[in-house]
Design a protein around this ligand. Structure first.
Ligand code: AMP
Ligand code: MG
Length: 359
């Protein structure tokens, strides 16, 4: 029987009723879905009292809506206010919950040696990705692209004075699209834990973070096949899966894929992940999956590794401090670290599999 997306997410987990440790009431899996961050979001909590769990999930959902507004790359909100001020050469007092994201984004951008560069908002916008509707047509004007790349906007152009931020470079426009979902995943698990739920799974459009276990078993997660995959085993988003893995404790499994958003020009696709050095979309690596306890670091690393490409990725993974990594290239060839190889179970046959030590 074909499995639907939620079945696959919980594959092998059996019925929802599980004994609750130390409780006289049976724990059940309480699940809610919502649409936020431009994607389908799912929250699963193992709880004895489903009404209280639903209230906790509603709290998380409310926070997601706020984060989506405050950290949005092109819609009005706290980040939009900062971007407007930077473009006008003004100093701006940044909202308290945005400031730590900017600090972390700057530090991780440095560690990625500029592969992850959230200061390239203008470049992402020029390619047409600052829109709910996906762009169509050929590459943007070459001169405009060249000028933006030459201006080399960087997080290091930002000047921090407490919560006051200015930019030395007027071409800096912050786009946290490659980072904010990871931060939101971390905060969602923290919020659920504060409500007393320490066994949870949060899924932001195929980027997952878990805490604890699914009762007497680990959480089982599917990794989407970037080039299709088996139709009888579905990824949470309804796509074919390439692999599954089991995780427990505090852990995130984040995947960046060039299939997610792209600009279509006839048969040609320009993906939404841009190499800041060339100004061109990254096309060689089609997906990168990173396993790390910190979902924000995993999110940044996944984006950076797509940009790094199939030769430089181990070096970038090492400097970002991620050790469990799998990448798939446009020919369906898989490269993965020994740590990731020990975790994943392939459910589709990759064109080839190579294990690469990070050293
Ligand atoms: P993700 O899906 O996490 O890989 O993030 C992709 C999003 O991050 C894009 O939609 C852009 O908004 C933004 N982005 C694109 N290229 C980069 C890059 N090289 N560094 C940082 N953010 C990027
Ligand atoms: Mg990312």
């Amino acid at each position: 029987m074909p499995l639907n997306r939620r079945d696959f997410m919980k594959l092998g987990l059996g019925a929802c009723l599980l004994p609750a440790l130390g409780s006289s009431r049976a724990a059940t899996l309480v699940s809610e879905e919502m649409y936020v961050f431009g994607t389908l979001v799912g929250v699963d909590v193992l709880a004895a009292d489903s009404e209280a769990a639903r209230a906790a999930i509603a709290d998380v959902s409310h926070a997601f809506t706020q984060q989506n507004r405050d950290w949005h790359a092109w819609k009005p909100g706290a980040l939009g206010d900062l971007n407007r001020a930077l473009a006008a050469g003004r100093t701006h007092a940044v909202a308290a919950d945005l400031l730590p994201l900017l600090h972390q984004a700057r530090d991780l951008a440095r560690a990625s040696d500029g592969r992850f560069n959230p200061a390239i908002g203008k470049l992402v916008g020029l390619w047409g990705f600052h829109n709910d509707v996906l762009p169509v047509g050929g590459a943007p004007d070459a001169t405009a692209l060249f000028e933006l790349v030459a201006a080399a906007p960087s997080m290091d152009d930002l000047v921090f004075d407490g919560n006051r931020v200015s930019s030395r470079n007027p071409q800096v426009q912050i786009d946290l699209g490659g980072h904010a979902k990871g931060v939101a995943l971390n905060q969602a698990l923290d919020r659920l834990a504060a409500h007393g739920y320490k066994n949870a799974l949060v899924n932001l459009g195929g980027n997952l973070a878990v805490s604890g276990t699914r009762g007497d078993r680990p959480w089982r997660i599917g990794i989407r096949h970037p080039l299709g995959g088996r139709s009888d085993l579905r990824h949470p988003q309804g796509e074919g899966a390439i692999a599954s893995l089991e995780v427990s404790g505090r852990m995130a499994v984040v995947t960046s894929g060039t299939y997610e958003r792209y600009r279509q020009d006839g048969d040609r696709r320009y993906p939404h992940i841009i190499d800041p050095r060339s100004g061109q979309p990254a096309t060689h690596v089609v997906s990168a999956t990173v396993l790390h306890p910190d979902a924000a670091r995993a999110d940044v690393a996944a984006t950076a590794l797509v940009v790094a490409g199939s030769t430089a990725w181990p070096e970038v993974a090492r400097s970002l401090g991620v050790r469990e990594v799998m990448i798939v290239d446009e020919a369906g060839r898989v490269q993965l670290t020994p740590g990731m190889a020990a975790m994943v179970h392939f459910v589709a046959h990759p064109a080839s599999v190579k294990i690469v030590e990070l050293a």
